[in-house]
Design a protein around this ligand. Sequence first.
Ligand SMILES: NC(=O)c1ccc[n+]([C@@H]2O[C@H](COP(=O)([O-])OP(=O)(O)OC[C@H]3O[C@@H](n4cnc5c(N)ncnc54)[C@H](OP(=O)(O)O)[C@@H]3O)[C@@H](O)[C@H]2O)c1
Length: 255
Amino acid sequence: MQEQYPAGRRVGFVTGGSQGIGAAIALELARDGFDLAVSATRIEKLSDTIEQLAPTGARVVPVVLDLRSLPSMERAMAQVASVFGHLDVLVNNAGITLRKAALEVTAGEWDAVIETNVKGTFFLSQQMGRHLIGSGRPGCIINLASTHGVVGFAQRSTYGISKAAIIHMTRMLAIEWADHGIRVNAVAPGTVETPSRAAAFSANPDFREAMMKRIPLHRFATVEEVAGAVRYLASSQATYITGHTLLLDGGLTAY
Ligand SMILES: NC(=O)c1ccc[n+]([C@@H]2O[C@H](COP(=O)([O-])OP(=O)(O)OC[C@H]3O[C@@H](n4cnc5c(N)ncnc54)[C@H](OP(=O)(O)O)[C@@H]3O)[C@@H](O)[C@H]2O)c1
């Protein structure tokens, strides 16, 4: 099925839109003409994002979502489908990180990262796949991976494993759902100095320096650069791209 956008505004669902990369993606898609559902784990966390989106004129619906709960994912997807009638693009941005030596990682930390990043991304994508296939509409899914899922880093094993799984999930679902006109892609940023990363760096400036040294372009990515890549993958210019992970890494993986 050739992807052709039906008339009317497209609808996107950006998970983890309370801050950082997710908030920037929501703004970029809203400026590109999307109406949006934006999620966080608690509704009040979305107030800044909603205020930021207001001038774009997009219709914005705040959604509560906990990626560690299947019923929460089902409720969120049902809410989005019932409010907008359809959904065109799912951006699986929400995720958690862990920086810890492999020797010290606990089973609880492992479960939190893998459940949120891998299980959550998979089962929300499953909900999206069912929605699109059930409605007979084309659509796309864009996952947030990371350079940590492509190359090795010390102290990032659990997180990197979760992002490598997302990169492979992207290929698997792209193949399985291609006949339904569903494209599945990922963006894999290197370090982006979002509030959560900035806090980790200010607590440990040596860590920031070590990350920076590995980047040929000598700077971190901006949230706008990541959001621009997501907008492109969701656009009519990217309709022949599926199963792909687009690296935004300042050349880090070019070595
Ligand atoms: N920042 C980087 O350097 C970088 C680099 C590469 C990839 N990434 C990836 O890009 C994505 C966004 O990163 P970020 O730095 O912008 O993250 P962030 O600032 O820490 O924000 C994470 C978002 O995920 C949501 N979230 C956390 N746990 C959740 C759960 N159990 N269920 C549903 N939502 C949950 C948070 O919601 P609440 O506000 O409600 O907690 C928040 O909106 C992540 O997937 C991250 O791995 C980031």
